[in-house]
Design a protein around this ligand. Structure first.
Ligand code: GDP
Length: 295
């Protein structure tokens, strides 16, 4: 992931470090190259502009030109600013004071909701010793319910399903079921459509209203670039989610969504998904991602 962006940024740094003497002009040229690399990676225009302006201001303010090692100091500034646009610090999941913790999963069809729901159940069970139940509230497609059941079976996690009935009812009953079975976490997989539509949004909003989740996560396919950012905005306006999950980061995503979403919607990225297998899930750490991008 991010290979093209990483190599372009690296080229810009190497060129700067190769200069006999680093001047304002070299810095301005490097900043322009960084901006170009970000735009090529499909980073939101405003985010790229703000990011490069901040780098330039800091480079000038911190007297990079008179530093012992100006090239290195400049790279550090870029690293810090990259960490900042990725969200700065890790933000974890909220937990209910009184169990069960309810986590609502929303996003477009094909974004990876069902896969992520099972991944999250596995992660919470294995890493946090939690006892989850999955709720099959994607009620329109029998295939979706079966997919969730198959994945849940493979990790030995129960699923609450009443077939193709009212999604709000499924969600509410799953919470009651968790209480009666003393399970501490309910993960609700909801239906998505190919595109944002009012009916889908209303259904997710109705589920949210009915079960008052501790955490609502928006799942988005990082391969869709700027569309991912636009969809993130639309979902946020309707359901005001708490965090974002970027999926398919194992593909040849250019990175635009990852670098833009936090700034555009002001919600943290909480997990990234990097494959179809259930263990291909990582909590998101802005600093580590920044390090990875800069190589
Ligand atoms: P949903 O419609 O939002 O529930 O999406 P699914 O969970 O059914 O996922 C859609 C497709 O994307 C499936 O074929 C998944 O195996 C695949 N998928 C989900 N997450 C990832 C990921 O992180 N990487 C890759 N390569 N494929 C993924």
């Amino acid at each position: 992931m991010f290979q093209d962006l990483s190599s372009k940024l690296d080229q810009a740094f190497q060129k700067l470090k190769g200069e006999a003497k680093i001047t304002d002009v070299n810095i301005a040229e490097t900043v322009r190259e960084i901006r170009r690399a970000l735009l090529d990676a499909d980073v939101n225009f405003e985010v790229a502009k703000q990011f490069t302006n901040d780098i330039k201001d800091r480079a000038m303010g911190e007297d990079v030109l008179t530093a012992v090692n100006p090239g290195q100091q400049f790279t550090k500034i870029v690293h810090d600013e990259l960490t900042k646009i990725l969200g700065q610090d890790r933000v974890g999941l909220s937990v209910a004071d009184t169990p069960p913790t309810v986590i609502l999963i929303a996003g477009l069809q094909g974004s990876g909701k069902t896969t992520f729901s099972a991944k999250l159940a596995r992660y919470l069970k294995q890493e946090n010793n939690r006892s989850p139940i999955l709720a099959a509230a994607d009620v329109y497609r029998p295939a979706a319910i079966n997919q969730l059941k198959t994945l849940a079976d493979s990790i030995d996690v129960p699923v609450y399903s009443i077939g193709q009935k009212d999604a709000v009812r499924v969600a509410k009953e799953a919470v009651s079921m968790a209480k009666s079975l003393a399970l501490d976490t309910v993960i609700i997989d909801t239906a998505g459509r190919m595109h944002v539509d009012k009916k889908m949004m209303k259904e997710v909003a109705d589920i949210k209203e009915a079960v008052q989740p501790n955490e609502t996560l928006f799942i988005v396919d990082s391969m869709t670039g700027q569309d991912a950012v636009n969809t993130a905005k639309e979902f946020n306006e309707t359901i005001n989610y708490d965090g974002v999950v970027l999926t398919k980061l194992d593909g040849d995503t250019r990175g635009g969504a990852a670098l833009s979403i936090k700034n555009v919607v002001q919600k943290p990225i909480k997990f990234v998904s990097t494959g179809e297998k259930l263990d291909a899930l990582s909590p998101f750490y802005p600093e580590r991602m920044s390090q990875r991008i800069l190589g």
